[in-house]
Design a protein around this ligand. Structure first.
Ligand code: ASP
Length: 586
């Protein structure tokens, strides 16, 4: 047998047993006549000891081992005199009587221990070494357990796991596509799927009834901490359902994951917050509800006293930070700088402290009487010791978004965003469309296959911007972990949707004819949702970036620095594809 045990399993009860282990040398320490080796594999670390007095040759061999050598060791499990309570195998060691070097290793470019000395770039380049580190490996183990639980849950609800193709057609709506040239069809391109959206809808037309897939999706977007050019969705679709059926089933899945993976029993139904309320009170369609700090609108209270910034504003609103009246001038200046950063774009910040005697002292005292300031205090239910922070602007939506950033910043500063606390909700009743300044037309807020609310359909002709959709997102701790909608299953309504989105009938037919035609052959009412697996895993692992729960992620420029991809093609490949390059930026 190559090994009788793993490096994580032997305990004091095994003392006296003969064992053979195999793994990587994490560390070698010489002490007196003894050599200690920390032997590591996926399951843990076991201490192996070589005694010079018992076998000098063997000890000599052990002294030559370097970090990350791969070895096989045979010996006897013994009680350790110097116990290490921090690891499960810490009460024993293996007194070695045989050592075989299976492979040597160059000195690794960074230390492969829980705390590494390697920077981000070097660890990405040698990702296979980084993955030997326990904290990184644990994230992949968590990911595996989560996908197992997802499959278990969905299987128990009658879902079929069905694969859809990775080489599909390009869809102009949505993000930018990654495209793949076709050698057999010169000048033509496949696109990698941004999501299997239309395919899963076709599976409903096929009568599959309940579909899921844990599937790679590709979007050529600018990257952020919670975005990768390729990412994994738990993609689902169901027939003969209404919004409530989907929400209930997938809330059930969320609760199943919380229970089986984190041991957290969530018994209450998740809040369902209309989009308009989320925007009004939190300035975001993914509010972090671990803390309250709702917006209070102050237009009625603060307008008309000669403070021109407020008098000319389309929106004045604020938040109340409990107990933050003790903030120093310097801390307030930092907050002002924060909201003025170009990414946020506010012009300034007004603040007001509630003093111990209940009076309010503000940065705009010269415009407001104590009476007005007291009205404001009341609007927030503010108490002595609280700090009120106010933003205003000439674009209500923009100002709310700025106030959202400030709210999140204050939440962080006041320690209200504990990673081990979870606040889950559904945001529902999204608008069907949003106006795009860039495209100068309405765009689908979710996607063009989303069903408008029945009661709003009449407004499609008169006031499309006011139409709400049967669309819903699940949000946890301010992260959108999934979203979906009831779909259109009527070819005429689908055609109308494309018309509102600015497609000519010909263009709609060319791009989405396959779907509209399918709808003519008995399409059932259907709907679905996709959960972002990477976001779920990073939330459960408490990670700041989804990168850390992906085995081989891309960096912020979309590069795989380990594989050095993307890279140029050689001329032969280009010739086969009949492609010539005409690069603008050489
Ligand atoms: N395909 C959608 C998305 O990727 C999710 C859905 O509507 O099911 O966002």
């Amino acid at each position: 047998m190559f090994r009788t045990n793993t490096c994580g399993e032997l305990r004091l009860t095994d003392a006296g047993k003969k064992t053979t282990l195999a793994g990587w040398v994490q560390r070698v320490r010489k002490m007196g006549g003894m050599t200690f080796v920390d032997l590591r594999d996926r399951y843990g670390i076991t201490q192996v000891v070589f005694n010079n007095e018992i076998d000098a040759d063997l000890c000599e061999q052990a002294n030559k081992l370097g970090r990350e050598y791969v070895i096989q060791v045979t010996g006897t499990v013994s009680e350790r005199s110097n116990k290490n309570k921090n690891i499960p195998t810490g009460e024993i060691e293996i007194v070695a009587d045989h050592l075989r070097v299976l492979n040597s290793s160059e000195v690794p470019p960074f230390t492969i221990e829980d705390e590494s000395d390697g920077g981000d770039d070097i660890r990405m380049k040698y990702r296979y070494l980084d993955l030997r580190r326990t904290p990184v490996r644990k994230n992949l183990e968590l990911r595996h357990r989560m996908t197992m639980e997802v499959r278990r849950y969905l299987d128990s609800k009658g879902f079929l796991e069905i694969e859809t193709p990775m080489l599909v057609g390009s869809t102009p709506e949505g993000a930018r596509d990654f495209v793949v040239p076709s050698r057999m069809n010169p000048g033509q391109f496949y696109a990698l799927p941004q999501s299997p959206q239309t395919l899963k809808q076709l599976l409903m037309v096929s009568g599959m009834d309940r579909y899921f897939q844990i599937v790679k999706c590709f979007r050529d977007e600018d990257l952020r901490a919670d975005r990768q050019p390729e990412f994994t969705q738990i993609d689902c679709e169901m027939s003969f359902v209404e919004q409530d059926d989907i929400i209930n089933l997938f809330e059930g899945m969320a609760k199943h994951l919380f229970k089986t993976i984190r041991g957290i029993e969530l018994t209450e139904p998740f809040i369902r917050m209309p989009w308009s309320e989320a925007m009004k009170y939190y300035g975001s369609d993914k509010p972090d509800l671990r803390f309250d700090m709702r917006f209070v609108e102050l237009m009625d209270i603060l307008k008309g006293y000669g403070f021109s910034v407020f008098d000319n504003a389309a929106y004045i609103g604020g938040i109340c930070a409990k107990g933050a009246a003790s903030y120093t001038r310097k801390q307030i200046d930092q907050l002002t700088d924060f909201v003025k950063r170009p990414q946020i774009g506010a012009k300034g910040l007004v603040y007001a402290r509630v003093e111990p005697d209940g009076t309010v002292k503000s940065s705009v005292d010269k415009f407001y009487s104590q009476e007005v300031l007291q009205q404001m205090k009341q609007a927030f239910n503010a108490e002595p010791g609280d700090l009120i922070l106010i933003l205003s602007g000439d674009d209500a939506m923009k100002t709310r978004k700025q106030l959202n950033e400030l709210r999140l910043e204050m939440g962080t500063r006041l320690g209200l965003r504990d990673k081990n606390k979870f606040a889950c909700l559904w945001v529902v009743d999204f608008p069907m469309f949003e106006w795009s300044d860039e495209e100068q037309r309405l765009m689908a807020m979710h996607h063009p296959f989303t069903h408008p609310k029945d009661e709003d359909i009449a407004m499609l002709d008169t006031d499309p911007a006011a139409v709400r959709a049967d669309a819903y997102d699940m949000v946890i701790n301010g992260v959108e972990v999934g979203g979906g909608s009831i779909r259109i299953h009527d070819s005429q309504l689908q055609a109308k949707m494309f018309e509102i989105l600015g497609f000519t009938p010909e263009k709609a037919q060319e791009q989405f004819g396959f779907l509209m035609n399918a709808f003519k052959f008995g399409a059932p009412p259907h709907g679905g949702l996709a959960y972002g697996l990477d976001r779920w895993v990073s939330l459960f692992a408490g990670l700041d970036s989804i990168r850390d729960c992906i085995a081989f992620p891309k960096n912020n420029s979309g590069r795989d620095v380990m594989l050095d991809a993307p890279a140029a093609l050689d001329q032969k490949q280009l010739d086969e594809l009949q492609l010539a390059l005409d690069l603008k930026d050489k």
